[in-house]
Design a protein around this ligand. Structure first.
Ligand code: ATP
Length: 248
């Protein structure tokens, strides 16, 4: 790998790509994860590669939903583990929530590697290897999950999701929080709370909100979630993008 000088204007973006490539070579990220990342990068440009105010608000609502949950679970795939392992572990500890590895291109070997990677980073228990339950209505491998993890979760945070599973999780009655830079995706449109932001920024910011909301009374935290209008938020995101493009 070539050395990227810190002075390069795209330093952070290039380092992130390198991280993913490295994780792919270690067998943590599937090849198609690179395509998903590319699409995310393109959308991130539209937001100026920053957390916009609307996303910050969605992150606050997500924190409230996670604090309100009885059995919250963070579902991670290869890209998420490659890009934000410590951030996921810290968020899980502060809620507290479980973490489960869930993959579209699932092999037991890759699940084991991802579990090990998270344990190496300090996680105590990672779900996903038991694979003793199935999300109804999903024929592909993202339907495979743990009974004590995703299957029995009431609130689930799904960074980098696919629309199918998002719909299937909702059909099970779960509250779904998605992180997706594409405000037009099926996932973004289906989730209860969609965070249109990069996982690298979104996950630590949800943690910041969890700390801020922790001492607020339960009813107020519940009301934050109840009054959230996800469709309006997605309209606002598209308006933000069109205004920004017009102003450039
Ligand atoms: P859907 O089924 O919901 O319509 P899709 O099939 O287009 O989605 P995938 O191909 O699984 O979705 O891609 C995952 C999504 O993750 C893409 O929409 C992409 O914008 C988004 N994404 C990629 N990298 C990041 C990131 N770092 N942070 C947030 N979102 C990201």
């Amino acid at each position: 790998m070539i050395k990227i000088p810190k002075s390069h204007p795209r330093y952070f973006s290039l380092k992130t790509r390198e991280k993913l490539l490295h994780a792919m070579k270690k067998g943590l990220v599937h090849e198609t994860g690179l395509f998903a990342h590319g699409r995310g990068e393109a959308f991130d440009y539209l937001f100026g590669e920053k957390t916009i105010a609307i996303a910050n608000e969605a992150e606050r609502v997500a924190a409230a939903a996670l604090l309100n949950a009885k059995n919250p679970v963070i579902s991670v795939n290869g890209n998420v583990v490659a890009l934000a392992p410590d951030e996921c572990i810290n968020l899980a500890k502060c809620i507290p929530a479980k973490i489960e590895v869930n993959l579209f291109h699932r092999t037991t070997d890759r699940v084991k590697k991802l579990v090990k990677e998270l344990e190496k980073a300090g996680a105590e228990e990672i779900y996903g290897l038991k694979a003793d339950a199935r999300i109804p209505g999903l024929d592909h491998d993202r339907g495979i999950c743990d009974n004590n993890g995703i299957f029995s979760a009431d609130v689930i945070l799904v960074p980098l999701e696919d629309g199918d599973r998002c719909q299937a999780l909702k059909k099970m009655g779960k509250t779904v929080i998605a992180i997706d830079l594409n405000p037009l995706s099926r996932t973004a449109k289906t989730a209860d709370i969609t965070i249109v932001d990069n996982v690298i920024r979104a996950i630590p910011n949800i943690e910041t909100w969890v700390e801020k909301l922790r001492d607020i009374d339960k009813k107020s935290v519940y009301n934050i979630v109840k009054s959230w209008d996800n469709d309006k938020m997605l309209d606002d995101v598209l308006l933000f993008v069109s205004k920004r493009l017009n102003s450039l």
